[in-house]
Ligand binder design. Sequence first.
Ligand code: PRP
Length: 207
Amino acid sequence: MLNIALPKGRLGEQVYALFADAGYPCPELLENSRRLIFENNPVGVRYFWVKPSDVAIYVERGAADLGVCGKDILLEYEPDVYELLDLGCGRCRMAVAGPENFRDNGMRSLKVATKFPNIASSHYERRGRNIDIIRLNGSIELAPILGLSDVIVDIVETGNTLRENRLSVLETVLPLSARLIANKSAWQFKTGAVNLLTEALKGKIKA
Ligand code: PRP
């Protein structure tokens, strides 16, 4: 049995469709219920719905053999897992955003609000720019509007949140997408099953 942690929400539904298409369906999973665990015994999979930012924790600690999470989580938290596959869905980017006319004059530390302090720090370290990180948990777009920060480093998908708050992308930090990750010992002890699943998924990933 492969235990697979899926990210709850819209990305999880896209990811589940890919797994089902690859021959690992579990139709009950789409029923609107509060259940979190679903099994398809004949196929040998057990799926869990997990909060997206927690998937890597379940996989790292072996509560799940496999999981799907964004590249942002892998870069930010560096969990001790194997990254097996880019699933090609959940595409978005990590970007620096702020008021359209914002120019960094380099005079003092740049105030950067973000949910991703490590990604933001490495980005500005590469540029040799001093920053003052303001770590927030959500609604990051408010920070430059209210003068809490100069800019934000955040995920941009459609760009709607920025537009509706009159902010613009100033710089792209990196492209992001959903990744299949594996627990290190599960990858060793369940190699056959993991490889079968990985190969089946590869055949279904859209370019
Ligand atoms: C994420 C991200 C942006 C928004 C980007 O926030 O932090 O705010 O989505 O998507 P868009 O470009 O399609 O508008 P999320 O919805 O996770 O909520 P949060 O504010 O609680 O972080």
